[in-house]
Design a protein around this ligand. Structure first.
Ligand code: ADP
Ligand code: ZN
Length: 795
């Protein structure tokens, strides 16, 4: 008898055990095939997770697979192996790991509908069924209606409460006049197509439509998603199509099979050449390796990546490029598209579900050579990947903070370890863990000290704001920064003003008693939204009107503390009425494409870009010769062993936006002018900072000298959360192989009406700790009804 193991695909299923079914006649099933199997009285979809085997001996009482589906294979053996590794490493179920690896759209779904049969039944046949419901089903809902839509329908609700409705529907179904019809919706299996825009003949009306038409004429054919990324709104595109000013076509990518490669025609600098050669040597060796490219901001790391990947493609293999956030780095994504043409897929947020799925399938069918994307692109089903490039490898966005809590850089390493490929880590400010390991000789470290454009790094000034305060200046800007902005305006150069908005930057407080309004559900201060006249929680979005007087003392006005981009913009307008300003923050970038549009405007016609974290990284504008960091040090005061590293990183990156093509300057305004993170950053001295910071970490025993794991407990009832975390702490304590710190609350003790406590565990034996968590803590957590366990492998 032929048999395979399957994993049932049910969002709600808690158990993770593979079930064995017999295989009906037909071609062999493969790992990743999607089948339908009986489960209890139901029939559900399931993934095949083993190769077929033949069971000898007495026939077992196995249930048989009900049907194969023609859905494309959800994963291959490598994908499954990687999913198992993720489950093992991050202590989640295989099902949860697969949910991350397999696109939701790739799995068939069952759709249920109630379909009325024949004429409406005579009222006396179903005396318990409200007439209104019959009229609805045989009227508006004649074509069938899903159970959820039916229960929600206003007409249905008017005819009775939920219980009555369910009973009535049941009666109709049993009476044979209403059918509960189940259909299977499978993922599309068509060729990969993209929507492209071509110039149309019709005249153009409207400024934005004209701009779009000009853009399309210049670049035709233009992918629709590229037009969106270039800043044209969907509405404008639709209007232009409707008017015939541009034409939309579906184009199959079949013709794009040929490999195309256009490297930028820069001659690599000597440093770039050395880096390219080092990576090439690793590539040609054909076994697992990782390299760290530590390159100053503007040193031309992208060119190195492009050459490195070209080498991999020349060997007939493929590559994945991870970037922190596509929306924030449109310039980087563009460079890859230019180089690899249609053999590259950039998985950005402007893609529709369908386009994302098409790209995923094109990858699985080897129609692509390169996939560029954020964190989850590390799982792209591209066969024969021999290189994974991780740009800005230190970024926290590579860590997923929901289950599975994976770190994409570690997954990249594991994937390349299995494939015998190369991981290229690049950063101006590498994670100290990676830097320390490379320094210790565990893998090669390649340096790019010079900027590729032969411009020196900007001259940097630390502005001690406590002095400014003493001098009686109460403004947002120091005198020096104001003068510097003025000079840029005179010379026609551009400035970037960065406002750190993490942490406590925008809370309001009572000027009389110091009272701070907090969110009732989350232990965090509410944030001022002046344009709406409201206070909002940035975690759960609870909202409240801004009180006129303090609700605590009844005296003082409630006013914002710290500054936002709006305040800064207003101040610049007062100081320099002629300056053309672009403001970029969460409020001005609510739609896809807003980033690109604002950046484009800044590049073309503005003088000053004012923004939050969004402007800190990755921007490459040659005319920017001034960067001002308004409150560079806010992160320094966060209780986190990485606070100094984060601040250093941020300051280096922000300053790096300045002086890329002409001599530039940067001003760092801070209340911690002598802090090493600030001082070293101002000197662009990563090594100096790393040396000092690593010495401190060694003394205090923080990563990379130990591994750090957080085990947290979350739940609504504070007492039971506290009791539970205490129990877990007690289970782990008393083992000499690790040290348990806490329990304490998370930095945010309450989130969404839930209490959050955690312990920190430091160890040198991570595998042993993982085993202990798996065998001692996980089983108990699985039984707990009112709390959840959250394990984070921090470093
Ligand atoms: P990084 O990512 O290291 O900060 P980029 O890759 O953005 O740096 O490169 C910075 C700038 O230098 C870009 O505008 C790029 O086009 C340019 N550039 C890169 N390599 C060279 C080169 N060899 N010659 C001239 N310009 C270069
Ligand atoms: Zn809240």
């Amino acid at each position: 008898m032929r048999a395979v193991d399957v994993l049932v695909h049910l969002a709600t299923a808690r158990f993770d055990r593979a079930l064995t079914y017999s295989v009906p006649d037909g071609p062999a099933l493969r790992v990743g095939d999607i089948v339908r199997v009986p489960l209890g009285s139901r029939e559900v979809f399931a993934y095949v997770v083993t190769a077929e085997r033949v069971l000898a001996g007495a026939p077992l009482k196995l249930r048989a697979i009900a049907a194969r589906t023609d859905a494309p294979r959800a994963f291959d053996d490598d994908g499954l192996a990687l999913a198992r590794w993720v489950a093992q490493t991050y202590l989640c179920s295989l099902r949860e790991a697969l949910a991350t690896i397999v696109l939701a759209d790739a799995v068939p779904r069952v759709v249920e509908r109630f379909v009325p049969l024949g004429e409406p039944p005579a009222p006396e046949r179903f005396s318990s069924v409200p007439e209104r419901l019959v009229r609805l089903l045989w009227g508006d809902a004649q074509g069938g209606i899903s159970p959820a839509a039916l229960l929600r329908h206003p007409e249905a609700r008017r005819s009775g409460d939920r219980r009555t409705l369910i009973a009535a529907i049941g009666a109709l179904v049993r009476g044979g006049v209403l059918e509960r019809r189940r259909t299977f919706v499978r993922p599309p299996v068509s060729e990969r197509t993209i929507r492209v825009l071509e110039p149309g003949a019709a005249p153009i009306r409207g400024r934005s439509a004209a701009a779009l038409a000009a853009y399309v004429r210049e670049h035709a054919p233009v992918r629709r998603t590229d037009a969106v990324l270039a800043g044209f709104s969907d509405a404008v595109i639709r209007r232009a199509i409707a008017a015939g000013a541009v034409l939309e076509m579906q184009r199959s990518l079949e013709h794009a099979r040929a490999r195309r490669l256009t490297l930028p025609d820069f001659v690599p600098t000597a440093e770039q050449r050395a880096a390219i050669d080092a990576i090439a040597a690793a590539t040609d060796a054909g076994e697992y390796a990782q390299l760290l490219v530590h390159g100053a901001t503007g040193s031309g790391k992208t060119l190195v990546y492009l050459h490195a990947i070209a080498r991999v493609l020349a060997r007939g293999a493929r590559a994945i490029v991870l970037v922190p956030e596509i929306a924030l780095t449109p310039q980087t994504a563009e460079r890859f598209e230019r180089a690899f043409g249609e053999r590259v897929a950039v998985l950005h947020s402007a893609l529709s579900e369908r386009e994302r799925y098409d790209a995923w399938r094109a990858a699985a069918r080897s129609e692509l050579d390169v996939v560029v994307g954020a964190r989850s692109a590390v799982f792209a089903p591209l066969p024969d990947v021999q290189m994974i490039v991780v740009d800005e490898e230190h970024e926290t966005s590579y860590r997923q903070d929901s289950t599975p809590r994976y770190h994409a850089v570690d997954v990249a390493r594991e994937r390349m370890r299995r494939a015998g490929g190369v991981v290229v880590l690049g950063s101006a400010t590498p994670a100290l863990e990676d830097y320390a390991r490379a320094k210790a000789g565990r893998f090669p470290l390649v340096r790019l000290r010079e900027r590729a454009t032969a411009q020196p790094l900007p001259a940097t000034h630390i502005v001690d704001m406590t002095r400014e305060f003493e001098a009686g200046s109460n403004r947002i800007f120091s005198t020096a920064l104001v003068e510097a902005i003025g000079e840029r305006l005179v010379r026609g150069e551009k400035s970037v003003l960065f406002i750190n908005r993490r942490g406590a930057a925008r809370f309001v407080l009572c000027r009389s008693c110091g009272y701070v309004p907090n969110c009732d559900r989350c232990s965090t201060s509410l944030v001022m939204h002046r344009d709406e006249g409201r206070l909002r929680c940035h975690y759960c979005d609870a909202q409240r009107a801004i009180p006129a007087v303090c609700p605590s003392c009844g005296l003082g006005p409630i006013a914002p503390y710290g500054v936002g981009t709006q305040r800064v913009a207003a101040e610049v307008e007062v100081l320099f009425p002629a300056a053309r300003i672009v403001r970029m923050d969460a409020d001005t970038t609510t739609r896809i494409g807003d980033h690109a549009r604002l950046l484009d405007r800044f590049g073309r016609e503005a003088d000053v870009l004012i923004g939050t974290q969004m402007v800190a990284k990755g921007l490459d504008f040659p005319d920017v010769t001034l960067v001002g960091a308004i409150a560079a040090d806010l992160d320094l005061h966060v209780a986190d062993y990485r606070a100094a590293e984060r601040t250093f990183d941020l300051v280096v990156q922000v300053c790096g936006r300045s002086g890329r093509a002409r001599a530039g300057e940067a001003f760092i305004q801070t209340y911690s002018a002598t802090h090493p993170a600030i001082v070293f950053a101002a000197q662009h001295d990563y090594e100096g900072f790393a040396h000092q910071e690593l010495a401190e970490r060694r003394a205090l025993q923080w990563p990379p000298f130990v591994r750090l794991v957080f085990a947290g407990v979350v739940g609504r009832d504070r007492a039971s959360v506290e009791a539970t975390i205490e129990r877990y702490a007690a289970v782990l304590r008393g083992d000499a192989r690790w040290e348990v710190l806490g329990p304490v609350t998370y930095p945010l003790a309450r989130l969404n009406d839930e209490w959050r406590y955690r312990i920190a565990v430091k160890t040198r034996e991570l595998d042993a700790l993982r085993d202990a968590l798996r065998t001692l803590v996980l089983p108990e957590a699985a039984r707990s009804k009112d709390t959840r366990l959250v394990v984070t492998f921090e470093a």
